[in-house]
Design a protein around this ligand. Structure first.
Ligand code: V47
Length: 362
């Protein structure tokens, strides 16, 4: 098939075959990819740019894994290591009572002493403090670790967490699915199949999830595409993913600093190809604490329809890795301005992309 035919089919919303996606990714001009991805975005969500009012709680940066790309993890006893108890997490959540946040996002290191009960207790305490707020919690890696440790089947452990109030699962821990690369960058983390299985079981239980891909650390186009195709295949079977979030490798303060960082043209190309390949994902998110606000604005012209949330300076994962926003805070005015600059309209959503009409900024 020649490139013209591929473009014509993409414009009609047709599914890209692997060879066609490779051709576009490697050869198409960036402006063309942007136009195709922006049109695909409009077919999915019109002129909306979704955002939510959220905070992150990072229970600990102490982690038993030593992923080479991570700038966040510490050993117990390090001067800058922290660990919050479930009670402290509940107290932190209680500090947001009366505010208008709709989501608490909980992700941290895999602490050697944390168990499934610790996770259940964290979720329970947050829900107790903020009953109206959605808890989106724990990567597939954290979940698999504590559920295995408890000697339970995945379905049982996830059900316990769901019953405590974990209503959604974020997309972290996917990194890059390619087995050889995974062994190099996060050898202890478990396989792609294990990550995918946690999400599949969650979907079977009615728990919505997100998916990420860590890119920009020397992987090939084929390895990125393989990652997207595996997600597309699972989504075909379950329909349980809400959003895909490409995560650009940030190089400060980790053992992969030598890789450097890819430039913004690669960011936009990757985002556009994600939108085009993942035709069955409702949303593609430009996570602004990772890109920076200016690149997140540009991303809205390359297929993204979501920029995550207000965050209120509650996450350290990206600032510790050298991202632009040392203290990530996004105001409603910022969001409205960014959406308008892209010719789009900011729409406040809940975790499940239901619009919260009354509060949407003008
Ligand atoms: O899995 C860690 C990534 C992820 C670095 O689901 C890094 O809505 C780049 O998954 N450079 C955790 N990336 C964060 C995450 C996430 C973020 C925002 C929204 C959602 C969602 C999920 O952060 C990890 C890893 O892939 N990460 N270190 C780094 N140096």
């Amino acid at each position: 098939m020649n490139t013209k035919d591929i473009i014509a089919r993409t414009e009609r919303g047709g599914r890209l075959a692997p060879q066609e996606a490779t051709r576009l990714w490697e050869d198409a001009p960036l402006a063309l990819l942007g136009a195709l991805a922006a049109a695909a975005k409009r077919r999915k969500s019109g002129d909306a740019v979704f955002f939510n009012r959220n905070v992150h709680i990072e229970p600990t940066n102490i982690c038993i894994f030593r992923c080479r790309f991570c700038s966040f993890c510490r050993e117990a006893g390090d001067t800058d290591a922290w660990m919050l108890t479930p009670q402290e997490i509940g107290e932190r959540a209680a500090g947001y009572a009366g505010s208008d946040i709709t989501e608490v996002h909980i992700v941290g290191g895999v602490h050697p002493e944390h168990t499934l009960d610790t996770y259940v207790e964290m979720v329970r305490r947050v829900k107790e403090a903020l009953p109206q707020v959605t808890v989106k919690a724990f990567t597939a890696i954290e979940l698999r670790h504590v559920i295995n440790k408890a000697g339970l089947p995945l379905s049982e452990g996830l059900r316990m967490l769901r019953d405590a109030g974990m209503e959604a699962i974020p997309g972290g821990g996917a990194e890059i699915f390619d087995a050889r690369l995974r062994v190099q960058i996060c050898p202890e983390k478990g396989s792609a199949e294990e990550w995918l299985e946690v999400h599949e079981v969650a979907h079977e239980l009615g728990i919505r999830t997100n998916a990420t891909m860590l890119y920009g650390h020397g992987e090939t186009v084929a390895q990125r595409l393989d990652h997207l195709l595996r997600l597309r295949e699972l989504q075909d079977r379950t329909g349980g993913f809400d959003a895909f979030i490409p995560l650009k490798f940030r190089s400060r303060g980790n053992r992969m600093s030598g890789c450097g960082e890819v430039d913004i043209t690669d960011d936009m190309r990757t985002l556009a190809m994600s939108r085009l390949v993942l035709d069955n994902f409702p949303h593609v998110k430009a996570y602004w604490p990772m890109y920076g606000k200016a690149a997140a604005e540009l991303a809205l012209s390359f297929g993204a329809d979501d920029i995550d949330g207000t965050i209120g300076d509650t996450t350290k994962i990206y600032s510790m890795a050298g991202a632009e926003e040392a203290r990530p805070v996004m105001t409603l005015e910022d969001i409205a301005r960014i959406a308008a600059a892209a010719g789009l309209r900011a729409v406040e959503r809940d975790t499940f992309y239901r619009p919260i009409a009354a509060a949407t900024p003008k």
